[in-house]
Design a protein around this ligand. Structure first.
Ligand SMILES: Cc1ncc(COP(=O)(O)O)c(C=O)c1O
Length: 401
């Protein structure tokens, strides 16, 4: 039998996968499942971006490109960072990867040593701890309180930092709770970070365009001159341009770190798919890009508000109002300890699993995101589906005793 590498024991298999697999099986069997599991926009990639990819194919842009990408894409990303975020990155301070996920993974591999500590505010996106552990780090969760809108306080951050702390993750707006920091709140965290010059911030800004209620987005590295040297800024085309399947992500940061990431990339995948590169540059430079994002944002804002209102009207359910991304993260803790159709609800996984089996609504348990009392519902779906799904949840909750 082939023996697996020891590092495979550092990461765990996602418990949420079981629920998604069950939802998929039910759908295949013809059951009308309302799916709130999607982590991607339900809109298609804008036509002008697809056209740019088709043109690249027709022009024969099908060969290897330089690592990490063609100069046009690096330049378009650097311009985007300068123009939209006030980040003065030069093209050589940019790297690209197969989605935001791959960029984050390469960054962990580039800066983290075994024994280092990665600070992750909760609730968090499922891959941060796993990637940090793969790089040999230990994970320290800073617990975001629901009463504080899941935002960690500067005092909490200060208390969490030790001489071993190497990376702090900032993800605003966030997956899974849609919570976000105001520029002032982020500045308070930045003031703590600059007192610890060895700490690196991974600012995951992939939901920057999807903000609601007039929230102003700011890039973390702009909050103090020193932060440009202490921050890696991550972004991708997945959510803003509805391009999840294209696998285009990028990162900007200090030159020597980007050089290290490029070195890894050169031995890993060389570069992202050649004919997506020109299309990815077009998405950033063509004015139709911003228009399509705004149309999608407005839809998400309406749906998100509606979903949140309906969820908070459910008995004993509380929910932080999402200010960004496309997720609600309601607290279902009041139902833990009850039984549904003979099944005991012990946590978010058993809640999600019973809800799926008995009411045919798919939600994502929060266990892999740092909470076993919350479930994630994506509002990247139609208003009709939102109403249909929450009607089912409301009826099902009345059966719990
Ligand atoms: C917070 C966060 N970061 C990174 C990613 C990865 O994005 P990509 O699909 O571009 O790899 C996701 C995807 O869901 C996410 O929610």
């Amino acid at each position: 039998m082939i023996r697996l590498a020891e590092r495979m024991s550092l990461i765990s298999e996602s418990i949420t996968l079981k629920v998604s697999a069950k939802a998929a099986a039910l759908k295949r069997a013809g059951v009308d499942v309302v799916g709130f599991g999607a982590g991607e926009p339900d809109f298609d990639t804008p036509a002008f971006i697809k056209e740019a990819a088709k043109l690249a194919l027709d022009r024969g842009q099908t060969k290897y490109t330089p690592t990490p990408c063609i100069p046009e894409l690096k330049a378009a990303i650097a311009q985007k960072f300068n123009r939209e975020n006030g980040l003065p990155y030069k093209p050589e301070q940019i790297s690209t990867g197969a989605g935001g996920k791959h960029c984050l993974y390469m960054a962990f591999m580039a800066v983290v040593n075994p024994g280092d500590e990665v600070l992750i505010p909760s609730p968090y996106w499922v891959s941060y701890p796993e990637q940090a552990r793969l790089a040999g780090a230990s994970v320290k969760v800073i617990r975001g309180q629901e009463s504080q809108g899941f935002r960690i306080t500067p005092e909490q951050l200060e208390r969490a930092i030790t001489p071993r702390s190497r990376v702090l993750i900032i993800n605003s707006p966030s997956n899974p709770a849609g919570h976000a920091y105001t520029p002032e709140q982020l500045k308070e965290l930045a003031d703590v970070v600059v007192r610890h010059p060895d700490l690196i911030v991974f600012s995951d800004e992939i939901y920057e365009k999807l903000v609601y209620d007039g929230l102003k987005f700011v890039s973390f590295a702009t909050l103090h001159p020193q932060l440009l040297q202490q921050t890696l800024t991550f972004n991708c085309h997945s959510k803003s341009f509805a391009m999840t399947g294209w696998r285009v992500g990028y990162v900007g940061g200090p030159q020597h770190v980007i050089d290290a990431i490029n070195k890894l990339q050169s031995q890993m995948t060389s570069h992202i798919t050649s004919f997506t590169q020109m299309a990815a540059a077009t998405a950033l430079t063509d004015p139709r890009g911003a228009e399509s994002i705004e149309q999608m944002r407005q839809q998400f804002e309406k749906r998100g508000r509606h979903m949140w209102q309906r969820l908070t009207a459910l008995p004993k359910v509380t929910c932080v109002r999402p200010q960004g991304a496309f997720y609600c993260f309601p607290n279902i803790g009041a139902y833990v300890g009850k039984s549904a159709g003979g099944v005991k609800i012990t946590d978010a996984v058993t809640f999600a699993s019973a809800l799926l089996e008995q009411a045919h609504v798919a939600v994502v348990p929060g266990n892999d995101s740092g909470s076993d009392r919350h479930v994630r519902l994506s509002f990247a779906t139609s208003m009709e589906q939102i109403d249909k799904g929450i009607d089912r949840i409301a009826a099902w909750l009345t059966t719990l005793a």
